[in-house]
Design a binder for this molecule. Sequence first.
Ligand SMILES: Nc1ncnc2c1ncn2[C@@H]1O[C@H](COP(=O)(O)OP(=O)(O)OP(=O)(O)O)[C@@H](O)[C@H]1O
Ligand SMILES: [Mg+2]
Length: 375
Amino acid sequence: MNQSRPDPKPAHLEIDPEGPTAPEVDGDQLFGAGARTPSEEGPTGPAELPTAVKRPLEIPGYRILEPVGRGGMALVHLAERLGSAGVPVRCVVKMIRDDRQDDVTYRERLLDEARIVAELRHPNIVPVLDVGVVDRRLYLAMGWVDGLDVSELLELLRKQRRELPLRHLLHVIKEVLQGLHHAHTAEGPAGPLNVVHRDVSPGNILVSKQGAVKLTDFGVAQGSVALRTERKGLLSGKVQYFSPELFETRIATVQSDLFALGVTFWEMLTVRPLFSRRITPLEMRDVMRAFDPRQLLEDDLTLPDGLEDIVLRALAADPTERYASAVEFLEDVNDYVYESGLRMLSTDFERWLEGLLNPVGRDGRRRLLSSRGAG
Ligand SMILES: Nc1ncnc2c1ncn2[C@@H]1O[C@H](COP(=O)(O)OP(=O)(O)OP(=O)(O)O)[C@@H](O)[C@H]1O
Ligand SMILES: [Mg+2]
């Protein structure tokens, strides 16, 4: 989660895919400016939040440390929260990127993210700790995950020409499914929240060095506590993770989240993106019209039977053939793990991650030093 290296993540999108200005998905831009929901459309959106100006990051009560991530909308910094007892508590602070500050849509989204996540309490979802405005800039303080996101994990594996061992891969998927299940079914004081994440993708799944897995970035999520309303027919999220029916119905559902996790699953199995980072929304719509996951399996990958069935159901083009809920998906993964006798120990995952992050390792380092005559 380091800002200095090139961003391998696919672009975040909000656009009418059939609109005349459907742009290319490229880099870390947010697309569809012409198609963006005007802020006036939010019923009681925070239109009173004025446009922020570029200033150094200073938030009373926090010491802002280094940047740990950047997405299409936000910049995320590691920070220390300084309570009245003077004990610094580490967290992250998420703020709108400077180049997006002038667009009230992003501030509304960040507020809605806070409203939704504030209602969720689950070990597999990054919690919101505080929401504030400083120098007319909105910020969210959130729990810090000391590790990396899954797009970074896959990038590291690619660089080291390694695979993601199945037992660790399934651990990550299981944990995400538990977080998603909570989000999809959570209730607030006024009843069901009807949350749909809408941006399930590797960059929004965080893995700590101790092996904890947390879903984050509810920045385009929908839910009954959100105040902002999207203009009808617009799609939000990353086009490479859109399910076939999304292009037709334009309505995000639990099933479209599960399809997005299916694409993520596939990318973890193959350690490469399923769809090009440069695919346009129109191209993606056409690909999805003819999408058949069986074709993928024939062309690309050989999987054990039980696992193949899971991938086929997660990626089913017809949503009625797809998993109906995160729990259904989770049960199949659990059964597969049980039947295949995979050993899934968190200590094992932790050790494996440590080896990935420090490829030389302690023993390796000693060997390196001695081969140089230093030890
Ligand atoms: N709680 C956290 N702890 C550690 N790193 C984090 C945390 N939250 C976010 N990050 C890092 O910052 C990146 C951007 O954060 P986030 O996904 O919330 O921003 P965004 O602008 O909404 O992203 P997107 O482009 O997906 O819309 C993440 O991909 C991750 O690498
Ligand atoms: Mg993100």
